[in-house]
Write a protein of this length. Structure first.
Length: 385
C-alpha cells in the first residue's frame, strides 16, 4: 500500500469528534454551521432533482453554472473569466486541490506550503511526488515576511499552495501580502494553487483580493472556490477552478479521471445561488460576524486570550500567556472530557515545529449553541492554572 496514506495517523479531527460524541459535547471542532442553509437554494436543488437533468453533465460543468461563476467573480472581484475555457466545476474544493496537484507536480518538484496547513494539502503534495518546503506562520498575526519567503522558496519552485483567507488562523491576506508573494512566485517560476474557499466569509468590511487579479499572476494562478462555503452548505461538495486556458486544459485532464463530473442538480442550484443579490451575501457575512462577536466577547469575559478572526468560521485562543502546564492537545482533550466542549488543537495543522498553544473554535453556530459552550467553558482556565 502507498505509505503516504497507509502511514497517516488517525487525525485529531476524528479523535476529537469521537470524544465529542462520547461525552455529548457541544462540538465547536468541526467547521460547519448548524443552520440548514438558504432555503431557496435548497429548493432549487430539489426541483432540479425531480424535474431536471440527472445524467452526466458536461465534464467542465453545466455551462449555466460556469457563466454564473464568471458573472459572480466579475461582480465581486472584478475578474474577467471566460466560462468556456477558464472555468471548471469540480466535486468540492478538495477535488480541485487533488486534481491541480496531480496535474501540476512531477516527482521531485519543490512545492512551497504555509503552516498551519489545511489537512489535505501535505498528503496530496507527497502523493503527487512533490517535495514540501514549509513556511511557518505564527500567532497572533500569522503573516509572512520577505525573509521567511526567501528562506523557503527554492530557486525553481514548481507549485505554491496558498490558502487565503487562512483556515485555521482566520487571517485575511490583503494586497501588500499578495504583492510580496507574487514577486517570489514570478521570480521562481511557480504556479500558485490559490485555495480561496473562504473568500466570502470575511468580516469588518474587508474585500477579498484574489491573487490571480494581481499583475503578472493571471498566467500562473489556479483559483479554487467552494459553493459549500459560499452558501453554508458544506456537504454539497461543488467546487470551482479558474485558470488561464493553457493551465485549465491540463487540470481538466486530471478531473476527467478523478470524478469526471459533479451532480448536475446541485450545479443548477449553485448557478441560481451565485446570482443572488448582494444583500444575501452581505447578510450572510453580517450574521457570521455577529456570531463571531458574541462568542469572542464571551471567551474574553471568561479570560481566554482571543486572537481576532478576520474571516472563516473560526476563532482562535492563544493560551501561551496564561502559563498553563498543558499543550493545546491536552487542553482540548480536557475541555471535551471535563467541560463537554470540543475544539481543535492548532498544532494538528503543522507538519514540523508546531505551535502548541493555540486552540480553534468554530463560531458558525446558533446563539444557543455558542451560549451553551460558553457556560460549559466557565472555570476551564481556573482549574488548569
Ligand atoms: C482551506 C480549505 N480548503 C478546502 C476545503 C474543502 O472544501 P470542499 O468542502 O469544497 O471540498 C476546506 C473545508 O473546510 C477548507 O477549509
Amino acid at each position: 500500500m502507498n505509505p503516504v496514506f497507509a502511514d497517516l495517523p488517525v487525525s485529531v479531527f476524528e479523535v476529537m469528534s469521537a470524544l465529542a460524541r462520547k461525552h455529548e459535547a457541544v462540538n465547536l471542532g468541526q467547521g460547519f454551521p448548524d443552520d440548514p442553509g438558504p432555503e431557496d437554494v435548497r429548493r432549487k436543488a430539489a426541483e432540479a432533482v425531480v424535474d431536471g437533468w440527472n445524467q452526466y453533465p458536461s465534464m467542465l460543468g453545466l455551462i449555466e453554472l460556469r457563466q454564473a461563476i464568471a458573472a459572480h467573480y466579475r461582480h465581486w472581484q472584478n475578474l474577467t473569466l471566460d466560462p468556456e475555457s477558464e472555468i471548471m466545476v469540480t466535486s468540492g474544493a478538495t477535488e480541485a486541490l487533488a486534481g491541480s496537484l496531480l496535474a501540476l507536480i512531477e516527482p521531485g518538484d519543490e512545492v512551497v506550503l504555509f503552516q498551519p496547513l489545511y489537512d489535505a494539502y501535505l498528503p496530496l503534495v507527497k502523493r503527487a511526488g512533490g517535495v514540501p518546503r514549509l513556511v511557518r506562520l505564527e500567532p497572533p498575526h500569522w503573516r509572512f515576511s520577505e525573509e521567511m519567503l526567501a528562506r523557503a522558496f527554492p530557486p525553481k519552485t514548481k507549485v505554491v499552495l496558498f490558502n487565503n483567507p487562512l483556515n485555521p488562523a482566520g487571517t485575511v491576506y490583503g494586497r501588500a501580502d499578495l504583492e510580496l508573494l507574487a514577486r517570489f512566485c514570478e521570480k521562481s517560476g511557480a504556479i500558485v494553487v490559490c485555495d480561496e474557499v473562504w473568500e466570502h466569509v470575511i468580516f469588518d468590511g474587508r474585500r477579498h483580493v484574489p491573487l490571480i487579479a494581481l499583475p503578472g499572476m493571471r498566467e500562473r494562478c489556479v483559483k479554487i472556490g467552494s459553493a459549500g462555503k459560499i452558501f453554508s452548505l458544506t456537504g454539497w461538495k461543488v467546487g470551482f477552478v479558474c485558470a488561464a486556458p493553457h493551465i485549465l486544459r491540463v487540470l481538466a485532464k486530471a478531473h476527467q479521471f478523478i470524478t469526471f463530473t459533479t451532480p448536475p442538480n446541485l450545479q443548477a442550484a449553485v448557478a441560481y445561488g451565485l446570482a443572488k443579490s448582494d444583500d444575501y451575501f452581505e447578510t450572510m457575512r453580517r450574521d457570521f460576524q455577529r456570531s463571531r462577536d458574541r462568542f469572542t466577547a464571551g471567551l474574553r469575559t471568561l479570560g481566554f486570550p482571543v486572537i481576532d478572526a478576520e474571516g472563516t468560521y473560526f476563532v482562535n485562543v492563544d493560551l501561551a500567556s496564561l502559563g498553563l502546564n498543558e499543550d493545546d492537545e491536552s487542553f482540548c482533550k480536557r475541555l471535551v472530557v471535563e467541560h463537554q466542549v470540543a475544539a481543535i488543537p492548532v498544532s494538528a495543522f503543522y507538519a514540523a515545529e508546531p505551535i502548541r498553544s493555540v486552540v480553534r473554535f468554530c463560531f458558525a453556530k446558533r446563539d444557543a449553541t455558542l451560549d451553551a459552550a460558553l457556560d460549559r467553558l466557565a472555570g476551564a482556565l481556573k482549574r488548569a492554572a
